[in-house]
Write a protein that binds this ligand. Structure first.
Ligand code: ADP
Ligand code: MG
Length: 264
């Protein structure tokens, strides 16, 4: 079995509402793969990542990482926390800590000995072309720079995998393009496994080896696409447009666009 992350028959509902947020999800990600989960707002993408990070315990199903069960039959099985990087829509840097200190905090939480921090921080800031900003405050950085710090922080802890929850969706178009290309470059250089959540069809096609299509909530996975375009890819590649067009037709109905009488 070469599945690195395996989700089987997983369901999760929030206790206060009792409404399923995700239902009967099956999904696998191979080691070193770039996997995208594509679905509309509210379909349960963030819920799914919160489960994968070990934060939420699903009521049903099984989650396995590197052949170790994390959750099974509604309970947590693993005793250790998952060593994953997590990147959100906003960079979530602590404003009262410098860039370097923000990364140091992640290293501390991940149990890295203090005498290793400086070297790790320096090499990762260099990797993201941020070496000048080690002592800068987050509020003095641009949105793109903050996102790059967040990428550096998620890589610095040598994670088993990285979860990304729409990390570029609030950036302007051009910055977003640069960062996606930069992320792909880092992914290829480090060989890290990435699970990336987005509602953007083009972004998912551009980035992924495989992408999982989710229905509108309660989120079920209804399709899996293999994107085998050679890398490095160009965001403007007409082949991307072709795949994007085909997927738009596939998802429109599933995402409920034909249920509305009025234009959305
Ligand atoms: P997505 O990330 O795809 O936008 P979410 O995972 O955030 O979707 O949410 C999935 C569903 O669960 C939505 O219907 C949302 O309203 C609901 N939900 C999310 N968080 C909570 C919560 N803390 N309590 C109750 N319902 C929630
Ligand atoms: Mg979300």
């Amino acid at each position: 079995m070469d599945d690195y992350i395996r989700i089987e028959n997983l369901s999760y509902w929030y206790r206060d509402t009792g409404v399923p947020a995700v239902r009967d999800v099956d999904l696998t990600v191979a080691k070193g793969e770039f996997a995208c989960i594509l679905g509309p707002s509210g379909c349960g993408k963030s819920t799914l990542l919160n489960i994968l990070s070990g934060l939420f315990t699903p009521q049903r199903g099984k989650v396995t990482v590197d052949q170790h069960a994390l959750f099974e039959d509604g309970r947590r099985v693993a005793s250790e926390p998952v060593a994953c990087g997590y990147m959100f829509q906003d960079a979530r840097l602590l404003p009262w800590r410098t860039v370097g200190q923000n990364i140091a905090l992640a290293l501390k939480a991940a149990g890295f000995p203090e005498n290793t921090w400086n070297e790790i921080i320096r090499s990762h800031l260099q990797m993201l072309r941020l070496e000048k900003y080690e002592s800068a405050w987050p509020m003095n950085l641009s949105g793109g720079q903050r996102a790059r710090v967040a990428i550096a922080r998620s890589l610095a802890i040598k994670p088993a995998f990285i979860l990304m929850d729409e990390p570029f969706s609030t950036l302007d178009e051009v910055t977003g393009r640069f960062l996606r290309a930069e992320l792909l470059d880092l992914w290829e250089r480090t060989g890290v496994t990435i699970v990336f959540v987005t509602h953007s069809i083009r972004e998912a096609v551009y980035l992924s080896d495989h992408l999982y299509l989710m229905t509108a909530g309660p989120g079920e996975v209804f399709g899996r696409e293999t994107i085998d375009l050679p890398r490095p890819r160009q965001y403007e590649d007409p082949r991307l447009t072709e795949i994007e067009g085909r997927l738009v037709n596939t998802v429109l109905e599933k995402w409920g666009y034909f249920d509305h009488k009025e234009p959305m």
